[in-house]
Design a protein around this ligand. Structure first.
Ligand code: KG4
Ligand code: ZN
Length: 405
């Protein structure tokens, strides 16, 4: 079966065409074409995604990307306007969650194609796409593998921070989420305070990583997940090259709450105050790479510690057998290392009763950010699950707050 998938939930316009076959637990995919356009450069001057601009860019780029993808996949030129119908069996579109103006541009475009070509249209949840991105590859062929239940998915992106439990394949229960900012949003906002460009996550991570190598020759920070009180505070002033790097600590949000929710706005405000205090002692902080690195490192440690701690508690409570960490922030090396360390430590202690090892899965780095490969996977699996039934086309709409279920 041939699938055409469309993703426009934020600032990436993406289309993939696949060949797919098999059932919901053993489906296999072959990518025939995969094209996208990132709007980062356009939004950068605004310090974040500007919804009206994003919509305009999606509308402009979708027909171009479609044409390119059809040509690559089918071997002959075709566009939205030509009268022949391409050999596509189903169109899939991310209908939420995300920025509504962005989502609508993809949904409207998908509906036009579906009606013109008389092809079924399947709307999918973007977050389900992030979960299923762990099976994908940027090119070539890949397969869905059967995973042991329950599965816990930690979804970390610019718009979401959620812990999602799967007891039955393709069914989702949100057991914890952020009460305010998403973790990626906090990375972006802190980066902005440090004068770093949008998107700030990779910038913070780069700065933090340099200093982390100098400060922690042996990273013992999983202990922090067990004992929040002994976090980074005990680090003494260190030297990196010449000049003193100031020592400070930031709060670890929500470590003492009994639920699986997160909160990052307090941490973000703490960074704002920290920068204000540091500015009293040091002139021109935004030109001072050592201070910026120290803030980035401490912020990254605090944010990731909060994610790791809640994930650990959820694994224990629900006797989780598979852990998936996905979404834009799952590209973060420190998060990946801390999750690996956590799973190793839990397996050694055998805290998950007889379960033994918890299997840990990340998407390949190229599929951590928004993409249409993950949307196509989610679309195909749901199409098969629903016995090839799709919703009535007029009922399909973009939903900025669409929830996983
Ligand atoms: O999933 P995604 O591409 O889009 C949303 O659905 O939001 O995630 C984008 C987010 C941005 O906030 C970006 O700063 C963050 O992921 N991000 C990172 C890293 N790479 C991207 N955050 C921390 N470390 C990274 N290496
Ligand atoms: Zn996303």
């Amino acid at each position: 079966m041939r699938i055409l998938s469309i993703e426009t939930s934020c600032d990436d316009t993406a289309i993939t065409i696949f060949e797919a076959k098999g059932g919901i637990e053993n489906a296999s995919f072959k990518i025939l074409a995969n094209n996208s356009n990132s709007q980062i450069k356009i939004h950068r001057p605004h310090g974040g995604v500007f919804p009206a601009l994003a919509k305009r860019e999606h509308i402009k780029n979708l027909p171009i990307i479609l044409e390119k993808s059809l040509k690559e996949a089918l071997g002959h030129p075709m566009s939205k306007w030509t009268s022949d119908v391409p050999s596509i069996d189903i169109i899939v579109v991310a209908s939420g969650p995300g920025l509504e103006p962005s989502l609508w541009s993809g949904v409207v475009f998908a509906k036009e194609l579906a009606e013109k070509w008389d092809i079924p249209l399947m709307p999918v949840n973007h977050m389900e796409g992030h979960i299923l991105s762990v099976f994908g590859k940027g090119v070539g062929k890949f397969k869905i593998k059967k995973l042991k239940m329950p599965i816990l998915s930690l979804l970390v992106s610019g718009g979401h921070t959620e812990l999602v439990l799967t007891r039955k394949w393709l069914k989702y229960e949100i057991i914890g989420q952020t009460l305010d900012d998403a973790v990626g949003e906090a990375f972006d906002k802190v980066a902005r305070m440090l004068g770093l460009p949008y998107p700030g996550g990779p910038e913070i991570s780069k700065l933090a990583e340099k200093l982390r190598k100098i400060r922690y020759s042996h990273e013992g920070s999983i202990a922090q997940a067990d004992e929040p009180s002994i976090a980074i505070h005990q680090q003494v002033n260190m030297r990196a090259g010449s000049g003193r790097i100031p020592d400070f600590s930031l709060p670890r949000p929500m470590l003492h709450s009994k639920n699986f929710d997160f909160s990052f706005s307090g941490l973000k405000t703490a960074v704002l105050y920290l920068i204000r205090d540091l500015s009293k002692e040091h002139s021109n902080i935004l030109q001072n790479d050592k201070i910026k690195s120290a803030v980035a490192l401490e912020f990254e440690n605090a944010a990731i510690e909060s994610l790791t701690y809640k994930t650990k508690k959820a694994i224990e409570k629900y006797k989780v057998k598979t852990l998936i960490v996905a979404g834009g922030v799952s590209a973060n090396n420190h998060l990946r290392n801390e999750m690996k360390r956590l799973i190793k430590e839990m397996s050694n202690k055998n805290t998950t009763a007889k379960a033994g090892q918890v299997k840990l899965l990340f998407p390949p780095k190229e599929l951590t950010m928004d993409n249409s490969i993950m949307i196509g996977i989610a679309g195909y699996l749901n199409y098969i699950k629903n016995k090839k039934k799709v919703p009535e086309i007029n009922s399909i709409k973009a939903e900025g707050n669409l929830k996983l279920k």
